[in-house]
Design a protein around this ligand. Structure first.
Ligand SMILES: [Zn+2]
Length: 304
């Protein structure tokens, strides 16, 4: 009887807490996304009917990112959390797992058709997480996110479905545009060399060979032999340009450029690519479509 009383009291306490939260947040769904790309997809779906916060800003490397105290507060007060998954946010795994016990925490890259995922060469049973670089695959992720949001916010479901359709139409055009643009680069020069292997899906979707010094995670090390192999490859194929990434140190690519110079071959730095993070807010590159367009223009200008 004593126990039953305590349980009754607990139910009342927790019940009240939940009700108060609902009153406070009842107007809009509070959504937190890890990367800017995911936040952008969600914002396109919900527009002004929900509050969307992205944790990782411009230049932030998700492979190395650890949740800050401020992030933990945002994650704790979120109604729904979206992240990429496939170990992209390698250092947030534990936090996300814990939150997943008390609220919806959705890994969108783990919900697309697994047959479309690339196996990661360096880790046995894992996949390349950089799915946003095949626009058509990202469209699948957008659809996953939209379905989840419609399920969790039924009042706005029709609005979300309509917005999703509009965004998908823009992504359709983007996908076709990227195909056409990359096709301008002569086949012999169609090689994309970056510090880490973020562009595997891009290469597969748009028919361009891709080489990275580090593996699919910036956590993996590269050695002098990797640099030497890449230098040989560039000098043999007479590749005009290599690329920096805004979220990765310049050191690796600079070592490759220097290695080529030492062998008497001048390779240029073709520019900065937005690999794992978007550009600054309120610039075209601060949104997913602008980020992809900027990358493609930089690649085509340097290699054509
Ligand atoms: Zn990456």
């Amino acid at each position: 009887m004593g126990n039953r009383l305590i349980i009754g009291v607990l139910v009342i306490i927790f019940g009240c807490g939940t009700d108060q939260e609902k009153v406070r947040d009842s107007s809009k769904l509070n959504i937190v996304a890890t990367t800017g790309m995911i936040g952008d997809a969600i914002a396109n779906i919900v527009q002004d009917s929900a509050v969307v916060t992205s944790l990782m800003g411009p230049g932030v490397d998700p492979h190395l990112y650890k949740a800050t105290q401020g992030d933990l507060q945002k994650l704790t007060s979120a109604d729904v959390i979206f992240y990429n998954g496939l170990y992209l946010e390698g250092k947030m795994g534990e936090v996300l797992e814990k939150l997943g016990r008390v609220k919806p925490v959705i890994a969108i890259a783990e919900k697309v058709d697994a047959n479309r995922l690339r196996k990661a060469e360096e880790y046995n049973d894992s996949y390349d997480p950089h799915i946003w670089f095949d626009v058509s695959l990202w469209q699948e992720a957008v659809q996953v996110a939209s379905g989840e949001l419609q399920k969790r916010d039924p009042d706005n479901a029709a609005f979300y479905a309509q917005n999703t359709q509009g965004f998908q139409a823009q992504l359709d055009s983007l996908h076709q545009w990227v195909k056409k643009e990359i096709n301008v680069i002569p086949k012999s020069q169609r090689v994309l060399i970056t510090a880490h292997d973020a562009f595997g899906y891009f290469g597969h979707a748009y028919d361009i060979e891709v080489k990275g010094l580090q593996g699919i995670s910036t956590l993996s090390e590269y050695g002098l032999r990797d640099v030497a192999n890449l230098v040989n490859y560039i000098t043999d194929r007479k590749i005009k340009s290599v690329f920096l990434e805004t979220s990765v140190s310049k050191k690796a690519i600079n070592a490759v450029v220097q290695g080529c110079i030492d062998k008497g071959f001048e390779v240029s730095i073709g520019g900065n690519l937005y690999s794992d993070a978007m550009g600054p807010q309120n610039t075209p590159e601060g949104a997913y479509i602008g980020m992809v367009e900027s990358n493609v223009r930089t690649i085509v200008d340097a290699l054509k």
